[in-house]
Write a protein that binds this ligand. Structure first.
Ligand code: CTP
Length: 383
């Protein structure tokens, strides 16, 4: 999810910025609060640090923190004037000059101040520079005057920020189905045949797709990591359950990404009770499961993008991934060389090769969130 600079300037609406901060955190974002000295007359920086779950302590370079977006809420007339003219006399206005990327401003001030020609001109200057405004809304101000000047509601500010973050992504508004984790195939009521997949890669893809404004459904098979906020989870612990859910949800998905390690074989018969231990050998017969990716490939609609994963070893594995791309009617295969240490299964990092019909591209070793972004960049090209 995104890193957000939350600038809070000195108006009574600063108390509402606490809710903005809380909603961003709840949405899975990292919030860096930038509280001006004037805002501290209303709410302390400590309150925002606690809500943003940030460690105490003064960072002298706080204003240089790189972030995906700057949100100023509330933005007073004074701060708006400083933003328009490039003044940098506190942590918030300094950060505004150092920030590159989208900026969302939620003005809050007395209606007469908002309608003053000086403020109008400042808002125009900022807007012309690409700053996006939300509000102010019409209504009763804290001091009891009626007019336009109230800060927009926290939910609306958060929604506008997320829309700005999604930007012009080709995934915005698209339905994305992602499978993640590893299926477990029961042998009896307590034992199973499973694999080492934690679900980190698929979950990182789901989070990134959500960040880009997609409607994301996650087929989760025994996930060891938390489901990202805003992502719909369908529990699919076994290959059979994953198959069923994938065929249902795959029908109207624009993008299907099969990152789960689906069992290729399952016990032909799962015992209805726990098998007690004895000294005899126990032979378990395994039968093949349905290849869900291939089944989705057979049903693929025009314009639908289908992505498969391949965990294999070396150059020969890569050649097999290329062959599977055609055989399973997929548009992109993400190849993981599992012979390499420290990447892939149950690791925080990954290094993959993206295989498309006409191209092959290495994504160098990086945290799975970055690899997820590279995979979705490739999906956007295919869309
Ligand atoms: N997959 C699937 N259904 C299965 C097994 C795998 O949909 N029953 C999907 C996985 O989610 C993954 C891709 O197929 O996207 C992996 O393809 P697969 O041919 O199973 O490759 P590996 O298991 O990596 O390799 P191999 O075929 O050599 O076992």
């Amino acid at each position: 999810m995104a890193r957000i600079l939350l600038g809070v300037s000195g108006g009574i609406a600063a108390y509402k910025a606490c809710e903005v901060c809380r909603l961003f955190v709840k949405g899975g974002h990292e919030v860096v609060p930038l509280v001006t000295p004037a805002a501290e007359r209303f709410v302390t920086a400590e309150t925002f640090r606690a809500l943003a779950r940030r460690p105490a302590g003064d960072d002298v370079y706080l204003h240089l923190t790189r972030a995906d977006i700057l949100v100023v809420a509330p933005c007073t007339a004074n701060t708006l004037a400083k933003l328009a003219h490039g003044l940098a006399d506190n942590v918030l206005t300094e950060a505004a000059l150092a920030h590159r990327g989208p900026t969302l401003v939620a003005p809050a001030m007395n209606p007469r101040m908002w309608s003053h020609p000086a403020t109008r001109a400042n808002a125009e200057t900022a807007r012309a520079r690409g700053v996006v405004f939300i509000g102010p809304d019409e209504g009763e101000t804290a001091e009891g005057e009626l007019g336009v000047g109230r800060m927009a509601e926290p939910e609306d500010i958060v929604r506008a920020a997320e829309e700005l973050l999604a930007g012009s992504s080709a995934l915005k508004g698209k339905r994305v189905l992602v499978s993640a984790g590893g299926t477990r195939e029961p042998i009896d009521t307590v034992r199973y045949v499973g694999n080492r997949s934690s679900g980190r890669m698929g979950v990182a893809i789901a989070a990134e797709a959500r960040r880009r404004g997609a409607r994301v459904t996650l087929l989760g098979a025994n996930l060891a990591v938390a489901v990202p906020p805003g992502v719909e989870l369908v529990d699919t612990p076994t290959a059979a359950e994953l198959e069923r859910a994938a065929l249902v949800h795959g029908v109207d998905a624009d993008v299907v990404i099969m990152a789960a390690a689906v069992a290729d074989y399952r016990p032909a018969e799962a015992l209805a009770a726990k098998r007690p231990k004895d000294s005899a050998a126990w032979a378990v017969e395994l039968e093949p499961t349905t290849d869900v990716l291939a089944a989705l490939g057979e049903r693929k609609r025009d314009g639908q993008v289908l992505v498969g994963f391949a965990a294999d070893e070396g150059e020969r594995g890569l050649a097999r991934a290329r062959e599977k791309l055609g055989r399973k009617n997929a548009d992109l295969f993400v190849y993981n060389d599992v012979a390499r240490p420290g990447i892939g299964f149950d690791a925080p990092d990954n290094e993959v090769t993206l295989v498309t019909p006409g191209d092959e591209r290495l994504v160098a070793k990086a945290p799975k969130a970055e690899v997820a972004a590279a995979i979705l960049d490739a999906v956007e090209v295919l869309l």
